[in-house]
Design a protein around this ligand. Sequence first.
Ligand code: NAI
Ligand code: MG
Length: 355
Amino acid sequence: EHYSVAVIAGDGIGPEVMAEGLKALQAVERVHNWIRFDIRCLDWNCGYYARHGRMMPDNGLEILRDFDAILLGAIGAPDVPDHISVWELILPIRRRFHQYVNLRPIKLLKGLESPLRHKGQAELDFVVVRENTEGEYSNMGGRLHAGTPYELAIQNNVFTRFGVERVIRYAFSLAQSLGRKRVTAATKSNGINHSMPFWDEVFRDVSRSHPEIRTDLFHIDALAAYFVSRPEIFDVVVASNLFGDILTDLGAAVVGGLGLAPSGNINPEREYPSMFEPIHGSAPDIAGKGIANPIATIWSVSMMMDHLGHREMGQLLLDGIEEVLVEGVVRTPDIGGRATTSEMGDAIVNSIMRK
Ligand code: NAI
Ligand code: MG
């Protein structure tokens, strides 16, 4: 079986962690020798921008369309404004390919300790479904009276019935397929009085077709606090683009940090390729030192396997990661060790090959 995978390693630590992600992919090929991943590396990053004045070729999205999946390292460099690097590469991919679900597991891996030390291992295991194409990141609005005391900035939030309904439906069917019992929605209908009551209404409508699943609607501020004080109450959490963005960085922090947090930008209908990436950025503060943690990227590769329908391979990768963490010998500095990025990657590859 063949899959074509486009790889955008990106900037900073992106290429460093992606090298380890690809090693892990090759390890899976060696264990299951009937599967092949045809990799095509694309050099679309801030260096490409410096040479060409854009983040990807004009037909970039057409090129990507033909792949079964996309792997992304991280994008962003100090000399290119983020509104260019992110808005002209990552967001067009998410939108053009209707990757309206941003899936982020919040799970404490075996062998790691959460900063929430009073919470047990088993109680930190849930999934955040973040809306990924509309909401607060609308690109609509504007600024008036620049530089005067009357200056004002307006950013519109866009919530469509189509967009809200499909992401909430996805959250419920995910809960069902994972055998989980609760779906929690993030809201703020006490302060945001048009879009959030609408979000709540759609949530209640959709929940009626899943009577077996328990539902909660929490205001985002309280919900954020519960991530720390009561994380055991969550199975699947569904949130708008901005709320989901903030919740998932918080979630990453409670399970050990950004170096461990993977994500999938999913097109559930599979009409277009989905994209898998660590949630961290290009980390200019540690780029070039060879000390970035590759686990978030390898876990993202594992999520790609799940999405391609090979859950046993996704599990193989995750087991490989956990085995190395449990042994506790090879660790990058962010999780308390002195290993390099490639030593960490090699240890995970070896553990996969032993299985
Ligand atoms: P960042 O995620 O790059 O770094 C935040 C902190 O976490 C830094 O101290 C960094 O050293 C640490 N860190 C991140 N990943 C790590 C890893 N794998 N191992 C060990 N430590 C790790 O966020 P920051 O500094 O706000 O942004 C840097 C650049 O990345 C900016 O240009 C930003 O726009 C971009 N960015 C890109 C994203 C993407 O490609 N999807 C997502 C977030 C930020
Ligand atoms: Mg973020």
